[in-house]
Design a protein around this ligand. Structure first.
Ligand code: ADP
Length: 319
């Protein structure tokens, strides 16, 4: 292995820059050449790459987003498109590619590996929905952002004896919602992993009001319902003013917290170690604070994230 490419793909996440920096600095220290690819698989297909030196990643460890840019590029599912991407990498003499992204991006990395081009995947997403790792890069930063937003909602909900619904990102994974609910002291939490009905939710809220609760904060994962419509329903059923707040892309921005910077730096350097040891088709994770790697195909097809039922139980006990 002499030349490595690195790209960021899918939804961006705070700490992606720190991961790129980790790959670049660790690679250069081992005498490798590094190439950055713009805008994920789109830039790979369009042959938009630049050589990276150690100063290319100066002053990025503290910056949110990704300086290489990211993109959704559904055409990458076509083999002919991936073939052109591989030709572009071969033309420049690249031997391997590090892909920083979520499980969609892992699919692309898996396909490239199957076509004979070794890839290493690093989990970069705020959703924490990637198998084979306790935490993804960006998750802890997003968690801090969500908790800060919930704290602010609590102040005003409490003053006005209002019910607040806060919609949190995570797609089909409730980790961000659940952890934010515990840290933010939310009264109710609705997650994709646990079926709920709005009738049950209203019954719980009513029981809380009966106990004398002045306000209620409901944390709910995105994609489960229309929160504005849910707010109207709850207001009608309880007679209490109810407002929905969709946090949206605010959750994806901001400077990465120290945890994410450290995780990203470790993972970036570890990806280089794996490539030097001759590994390809692996994805990097952190489990029990140790760097681990799994087969990328196995991670996508067979491994499942365990649901944190223990955290759910804690949240429920502290309602
Ligand atoms: P994330 O990586 O955050 O989960 P996406 O699911 O949008 O984000 O995936 C990012 C990109 O990965 C897609 O736009 C596409 O270019 C590529 N990708 C996703 N699924 C596949 C697939 N089955 N085969 C090849 N490439 C894929």
């Amino acid at each position: 292995i002499k030349k490595i490419g690195v790209l960021t793909s899918g939804g961006d996440a705070p700490g992606m820059n720190a991961a790129i920096r980790g790959v670049v600095r660790a690679g250069l220290a081992e005498g490798l050449e590094l190439f950055g690819i713009y805008d994920g698989y789109l830039g790979l297909y369009e042959d938009r790459m630049l050589s990276l030196d150690r100063y290319s990643v100066s002053d990025v460890i503290n910056r949110g987003g990704t300086f290489l840019g990211s993109a959704r590029f559904p055409e990458f599912k076509e083999e002919s498109v991936r073939q052109i991407a591989i030709e572009n990498m071969r033309k420049r003499g690249l031997d391997a590619l590090v892909v920083i992204g979520g499980d969609g991006s892992y699919m692309g990395a898996k396909r490239l590996t199957e076509m004979g081009f070794p890839c290493i995947g690093l989990p970069g997403t705020i959703d924490n929905d990637v198998a084979g790792t306790d935490y993804t890069i960006g998750y802890q930063t997003a968690l801090e952002t969500v908790v800060e937003a919930i704290d602010r909602l609590r102040d005003t909900s409490s003053s006005h004896q209002r019910i607040s619904i806060v919609e949190v990102m995570g797609r089909h994974c409730g980790d961000l919602t659940l952890s934010a609910a515990i840290a933010g002291g939310c009264e109710y939490v609705v997650l994709p992993e646990i079926p709920y009905t709005r009738e049950e939710l209203v019954a719980e809220i009513r029981a809380g009001l009966k106990k004398g609760k002045k306000h209620a904060i409901v944390a709910i994962t995105e994609l489960l319902c229309d929160c504005a419509e849910l707010a109207k329903y709850i207001e009608k059923e309880t007679g209490r003013e109810t407002r929905a707040t969709v946090l949206g892309h605010i959750q994806r921005g901001g400077a990465p917290c120290a945890f994410d910077r450290i995780l990203a730096s470790r993972m970036g350097a570890y990806a280089v170690d794996l490539l030097l040891q001759g590994f390809g088709g692996r994805c990097v994770g952190v489990q029990n604070d140790r760097m681990v790697h799994h087969d990328i195909i196995d991670a996508i097809e067979n491994m499942r994230r365990p649901f944190r039922g223990d955290l759910m139980a804690t949240a429920k006990r502290l309602y």
